[in-house]
Design a protein around this ligand. Structure first.
Ligand SMILES: NC(=O)c1ccc[n+]([C@@H]2O[C@H](COP(=O)([O-])OP(=O)(O)OC[C@H]3O[C@@H](n4cnc5c(N)ncnc54)[C@H](OP(=O)(O)O)[C@@H]3O)[C@@H](O)[C@H]2O)c1
Length: 301
């Protein structure tokens, strides 16, 4: 199939490229972080988005592109809406013109965190700007006439070139001997990016539509996740201090008991969900060979 990944320079988009490029014709785009063999695309520019998509005519458009920085969204709500909602609307309009399928990426931040983990059918009630914008963007996708698949996920970690995710940052700070405060009252279902992308590939190849949660199978708090990561990466766990979320001085409210239930995806996917220990061990293996970062095979330009 001909596939377009908008936001292929990000954590999930880059790993999706790697997962799909061996068996599909894949084109990737970046926004501010240029990557070899990818095109520049700003999804907030509707004319450019339409021109690009209607010229390429992909069968499937993956849309991991977003402004997922929760604090940035709270501080800059207009930018948050422009990228996360208007950008999604632009891509949907162009996809409609060529009748492409849209694969959208969503989050457990749709929920208020009163009683996670959450199933696909539970009502949303986002607490912060990021969650509200993703919720609204999801509604656009669900109401559109384009065939669509919505992937909801939670605290994604793994190797990534831009090094933005929690485990990569924790690694860097602990290696420098820095003390790190991590909340022990924020629960989620951490998800290993390679495992996530392998399952997305399966769902897309088998023509699935609708909403699927794809997340790790364990609910754990951020502090326990950090301590496990320190153990696997052989770093000094005594540098990690557990704190309450309220002590971090963050502007955006966090859903405290978040995370996603995974019964639905387990009932259809052959690839097993990796638990956090398995994911971290695989990430370490990948990272140790990272001096020679894998190039993406057969990426179309
Ligand atoms: N990571 C998580 O823990 C997590 C959890 C739940 C849901 N999600 C969802 O999964 C998706 C991907 O997350 P991620 O971790 O891969 O995020 P990420 O690493 O921050 O990647 C975001 C991507 O969006 C691109 N982008 C930003 N602004 C853009 C614009 N105006 N036009 C076009 N592209 C733009 C970025 O390009 P540049 O980097 O080149 O600027 C990057 O490729 C998001 O929709 C997020 O809401 C993520």
């Amino acid at each position: 199939m001909k596939m377009l990944i908008i936001g292929a320079s990000g954590q999930i988009g880059f790993n999706l490229c790697q997962a799909l490029a061996g068996s599909h014709q894949v084109t990737g785009t970046y926004f501010s972080y240029p990557m070899p063999d990818m095109y520049s695309l700003d999804m907030t520019k509707s004319g450019t988005v339409t021109d690009f998509i209607t010229a390429l005519k992909p069968d499937v458009i993956f849309l991991p592109a977003a402004l997922p920085d929760v604090e940035a969204c709270e501080k800059k709500p207009e930018l948050c809406r422009r990228v996360n909602i208007d950008g999604t609307r632009n891509v949907l309009a162009a996809a409609g013109e060529i009748k492409a399928k849209v694969v959208f990426f969503s989050t457990d931040y749709l929920f208020d965190g009163a009683a996670g983990p959450y199933a696909e059918t539970e009502p949303s009630n986002p607490l912060n700007m990021y969650g509200k914008a993703k919720n609204e963007a999801e509604q656009l996708i669900r109401q559109s006439t384009c065939p669509h698949l919505i992937i909801r996920t939670s605290v994604v970690y793994g190797y990534e070139k831009q090094g933005k995710n929690f485990v990569v940052r924790l690694n860097e700070r602990l290696r420098q001997g820095e003390k790190v405060k991590v909340p022990n009252d924020q629960f989620s279902t951490p998800t290993y990016v390679n495992n996530l992308c392998a399952i997305i590939k399966e769902l897309v190849e088998s023509g699935k539509e609708g909403i699927y949660n794809i997340a790790g199978p364990e609910l754990l708090n951020r502090y326990d996740f950090a301590v496990l990561a320190a153990e696997i990466f052989e770093l000094d766990r005594s540098l990690i201090t557990p704190v309450a979320t309220g002590e971090l001085g963050q502007q955006a409210l966090r859903p405290l008991r978040g995370g996603l239930k995974v019964d639905k995806v387990r009932s259809v996917a052959v690839t097993p969900l990796m638990n956090v220990r398995e994911g971290l061990i695989d990430m370490k293996k990948q990272w140790s060979g990272i001096a020679a970062v894998k190039t993406i095979p057969a990426l179309v330009r």
